[in-house]
Design a binder for this molecule. Structure first.
Ligand code: SF4
Length: 420
């Protein structure tokens, strides 16, 4: 695909947080569908239809949530539209905290109008009057820009009362700052935080679409999902559904970082292989690629023919390339330090299990871990996955399991002294 350089330096935040997996190089972006979008044409078209028609069109498009879980957006909206409540809410999840992910930051900085347009379409479809952007604490610098865009939309009657002359369609958006917790990217933890409590995931059901913010039906959509649906409402569901694969419709933004010459944000159709992606970002010679952030899949070189699609590797959009000289135990130590720091502590398996896995990684680094102990770590990993409540604990041991499956020779290669 054609790429062009952008001004923002996507690498800064990532490298500050996880210094051992970042690299330095040019930053590129290819966001053609966003760049070419005629802002507000989607909203204008939406309000010319009934809310039910808007939801039906979104369902036909096949759009799935871009935050990582991939839940069909049309289904979520349909549930919220049908749910009974005194009022309804639309929340934009802008708590982009997955290491290696910076696409939402680019969208908010360059295409904020599209995000607000998407939120307004969502409000129209489900019957909400209030919207909230839950903005990652680390993106505080974006707030003045976002407030300015909101104000210009109010002046243009794209927010407020009787939007675009549609009698009774009233909706406005406010910004709420997060406090720096990764787990608040999980939608129920986000809602807890928004209600003024500790950001801890809730038991589900009930799902937010039925009982969310302040107990009312709430749609929580990711920044990219909202921006993308404004394109869909503008150009139509059939256009979007004609791109991608059978179960993964449309295009997707990928944040690519790590050991490649052209890290950046790339808009690519679902279905491309890891090999094709590496060619685009010039990551030749990589020995592994982390697909979907730290909670995703660690894919070794021999599997680079796998596809980025829900049929194979369905992901949220963070891709980290590991070059041939990368120490995979150091990589895993990074991951587990992150999860230990970010666990909210509700589940013993996640709170204690990840500590134990980190200790295990350090023993492996010192050459003090036998094959038997490694097997125990894998058994512990399975327990943490099974018995943890939210996506953090359910995915945090993936790296341990992947190391054992794909890099066992490398991680047991250290001389063993007094092994456990
Ligand atoms: Fe909290 Fe971890 Fe349990 Fe999620 S899995 S609720 S982060 S302790």
């Amino acid at each position: 695909p054609k790429v062009h350089r952008i001004i923002e330096d996507c690498r800064q935040e990532f490298n500050t947080r996880r210094p051992t997996v970042g690299n330095v190089g040019e930053t590129y972006a290819n966001t053609l569908n966003y760049t070419n979008h005629e802002v507000n044409s989607g909203l204008t078209r939406a309000v010319s239809q009934t809310p039910a028609e808007v939801i039906a069109e979104l369902t036909v498009s096949g759009l799935r949530g871009r935050g990582g879980a991939g839940f069909p957006t049309g289904v979520k909206w349909k549930l919220a539209a049908a749910a009974k409540g005194e009022t309804k809410y639309v929340i934009c999840n802008a708590d982009e905290g997955e290491p290696g992910t910076f696409k939402d930051r680019i969208i908010l900085g360059k295409y904020a109008d599209m995000v607000f347009e998407g939120m307004t379409v969502a409000a129209y479809a489900i019957g909400a009057r209030e919207g909230v952007v839950y903005l990652r604490y680390e993106y505080t610098h974006l707030r003045p820009h976002l407030e300015a865009v909101l104000e210009s939309r109010r002046k243009a009657n794209l927010l407020g009362d009787n939007i675009l002359g549609k009698e009774g369609f009233c909706f406005d958006i406010r910004i709420h700052m997060g406090a720096g917790a990764y787990v608040c990217g999980e939608e129920t933890a986000l809602i807890e935080s928004l209600e003024g409590r500790r950001g801890e995931p809730r038991n589900r059901p009930p799902y937010p679409a039925e009982r969310g913010f302040l107990g009312q039906p709430t749609v929580v959509n990711n920044v990219e999902t909202l921006a993308t649906l404004s394109c869909i409402m503008s150009r139509g569901a059939k256009w979007f559904a004609s791109i991608g694969t059978e179960r993964s419709k449309g295009f997707k933004l990928f944040s690519v970082s790590g050991d490649c010459s052209r890290p950046g944000v790339y808009e690519l159709p679902w279905g491309i292989t890891v090999d094709q992606l590496l060619e685009t970002v010039d990551g030749k010679g990589a020995k592994a690629v982390q697909i979907g952030g730290y909670t995703g899949h660690l894919v070794p070189a021999r599997q680079f023919d796998r596809r980025l699609a829900y049929e194979d590797l369905g992901i949220g959009g963070s891709i980290i390339v590991y070059g041939p000289d990368r120490d995979m135990l150091e990589v895993a130590e990074n991951y587990l330090e992150f999860f230990v720091e970010e666990s909210c502590g509700q589940c013993t398996t996640c709170r204690v299990g990840n500590q134990k896995l980190l200790e295990g990684i350090r023993l492996l680094q010192q050459g003090k871990c036998s094959n038997r102990y490694l097997n125990d770590l894998i058994a512990l990993s399975e327990t943490v996955k099974l018995a943890s409540k939210c996506g953090l604990g359910q995915a945090s041991p993936n790296v341990m399991i992947a190391l054992n499956a794909h890099f066992k020779d490398e991680i047991l290669a250290r001389p063993v002294e007094g092994a456990l």
